[in-house]
Design a protein around this ligand. Structure first.
Ligand code: NAP
Ligand code: F7E
Length: 364
């Protein structure tokens, strides 16, 4: 019998890739989604299964991190082997506008889950989606021993959640791990994060729908990786003998300007003609430079990323051009085939298992 996992944030970028990975490994997956008046399951529609089908292995449950009623029920009833806590108000800029809400969802949400596990299912292994943002102004490269210097309500909430996971590990012996992940992107990245904003903007420019994109601080540096590789690291973390805190990134950083230059050039455009700076996107506080020291991930997880900045740009631009109905250069697709054959294979294996029980998550 396969393992059983709960995934909060299953409708997000990482949650959708993680659900694919877990299904491909034979897990029974229970995803938590928010009630919305419009469909919010686009990222998981392709793996949705009709829960009435006896072969179904993906189940969706309504829940919101601001309350506990659903958490307690779900954990008591399912007694999951693993719980991947990915849900959060994850946008740093938005956290300055909604600091209290961000603290409630992104910070306290973790405590609500840990407490339910402690009371109802203490053997459940818990993954906390910690973030490189917690390092803030700490001098790079940043490792597991670097002191946090958070510079946003989002980062402060994540630091609180990080410490709650560690406290529950040390106080109650829970298997609770912090994956301290640096920025990771993909064609499923939310449209208002800078990388996706750039690659979607390029598609809109080539489609003749807009002339320019407006960005904020072009000098900020980030360690950008490819999201599907990062969910594999999450899974590996929960397969260790005990809970731990591990940094995951590529070890290389590039500025927003470099990302934009590379992306526009890949699409055959000169970025100077299409990028303008707008005060609107400058943050009250900025994190200047994040670079992962990935030694522990390599040693303990055997995890090594295959996709660097140029590859990531090609993958994302190809995807956005294709979805706009435009001819894509195609290097991104080729890179995925060459470098991540295993990813494509397990993606296909999921599809094979699924096709008999396929429906639309939007029916839920
Ligand atoms: P994302 O795409 O923004 O997804 C966030 C998920 O959380 C969505 O499923 C969202 O649901 C859900 N959510 C938000 N508020 C909720 C609430 N009150 N109750 C229940 N669910 C709620 O984020 P991501 O990029 O996949 O990141 C996954 C996690 O890793 C987040 O915790 C993020 O902070 C953290 N992280 C991300 C990165 C990165 O570079 N991507 C790096 C480090 C850490 P809706 O679909 O309904 O909005
Ligand atoms: O900004 C600059 C911005 O919003 C990256 C989240 O997943 O990763 C993400 O947080 C940089 C910042 O990501 C625009 O000022 C310039 O310096 O894409 P972002 P983020 O803030 O790094 C971490 C690891 C997480 O944990 C978070 O959940 O780009 N920037 N111009 C801009 N950023 C945005 N969004 N939009 C702009 O127009």
């Amino acid at each position: 019998m396969g393992k059983r996992a709960i995934v909060t944030g299953i409708t997000g970028q990482d949650g959708s890739y993680l659900a694919e990975l877990l299904l491909s490994k034979g897990y029974e997956v229970h995803g938590v989604i928010r009630r919305a008046s419009t469909f919010n399951t686009q990222r998981i529609d392709h793996i949705y299964q009709d829960p009435n089908n006896p072969e179904a292995r993906l189940f969706l449950h309504h829940g919101d991190l601001c309350s506990t009623e659903w958490i307690l029920n779900l954990i008591y009833n399912l007694l999951p082997d693993e719980l991947y806590h990915l849900a959060a108000q994850s946008h740093v800029r938005v956290s300055f506008d909604m600091p209290e809400y961000t603290g409630d969802v992104t910070g306290l949400g973790t405590t609500r889950l840990l407490e339910a596990i402690r009371r109802g299912s203490p053997k459940t292994r818990f993954y906390q989606a910690s973030s490189s943002e917690m390092f803030g102004s700490a001098i790079p490269p940043q490792s597991e021993t670097t002191a946090f210097q958070p510079r946003s309500p989002y980062a402060a909430a994540k630091v609180y959640a990080y410490w709650m996971a560690r406290n529950y590990r040390e106080a109650y012996g829970l298997f609770a791990s912090n994956g301290i992940l640096f920025n990771h992107e993909s064609p499923r990245r939310g449209e208002t994060f800078v990388t996706r904003k750039i690659t979607r903007g390029i598609a809109a420019i080539l489609a003749g729908q807009q002339g320019k994109i407006f960005l904020g601080n072009l000098e900020a540096s980030r360690d950008w990786g490819y999201a599907p590789e990062y969910v594999e690291a999450m899974w590996r973390m929960l397969q260790l003998d005990s809970g731990d805190d591990i940094v995951v990134g590529t070890g290389e950083a590039h500025t927003v300007k470099e990302f934009a230059q590379e992306a526009f050039a890949y699409a055959g455009l000169d970025w100077h003609n299409h990028v303008a700076v707008s005060e609107r996107y400058i943050r009250p506080l900025e994190v200047d430079c994040l670079i992962a020291d990935t030694r522990k991930a390599r040693e303990k997880l055997g995890w090594e990323p295959q996709i660097g900045l140029r590859e990531l740009v090609a993958i994302m631009v190809d995807a956005d051009l294709e979805s706009a109905g435009l001819q894509a250069p195609g290097r991104g697709r080729a890179i995925l085939e060459e470098k991540l054959g295993h990813w494509n294979r397990w993606h296909n294996s999921v599809r094979k298992v699924m096709h008999a029980v396929q429906g639309s998550a939007s029916q839920h």
